[in-house]
Design a binder for this molecule. Structure first.
Ligand SMILES: [Zn+2]
Length: 117
């Protein structure tokens, strides 16, 4: 399961905006703390997006079962570190989310993307 992260040391990493910054590193799992403004969100955030997406699609005549929704949530939670807001970025979570949703529902990427904040 998830690591509770204990910081042992710091190291220098370049962030997506090009700035090099000293980042805390977990001594247990080696994860690097995300210091960017691109902060990851808890799984509940994505479950809400999923439920809005489902409502929208059902309005348009798609059939989406509870089982499909459960499989999507299960697949998301199986991704190592998906729910770990200490290290993951929202951009990474968004990519994973789109990939998993498209595995279970045949809908275009832009339909999913419209539901992100
Ligand atoms: Zn850790």
């Amino acid at each position: 399961m998830g690591c509770d992260h204990e910081v042992r040391k710091r190291d220098w990493f370049r962030m997506s905006n090009g700035v090099v910054k000293s980042h805390p590193i977990c001594k247990k799992c080696g994860a690097v703390k995300n210091l960017s403004s691109d902060k990851g969100r808890k799984i509940s955030h994505f479950i809400i997006i999923l439920s809005k997406l489902r409502t929208k699609l059902i309005d348009r005549g798609y059939k989406i079962s509870d089982a499909q929704i459960r499989l999507i949530v299960r697949d998301l939670l199986e991704i190592d570190g998906f729910d770990d807001v200490w290290s993951i970025t929202y951009s990474q979570q968004r990519d994973y989310f789109i990939r998993v949703v498209q595995k279970h529902l045949r809908i275009p990427r832009w339909v999913i993307e419209r539901h992100f904040p």
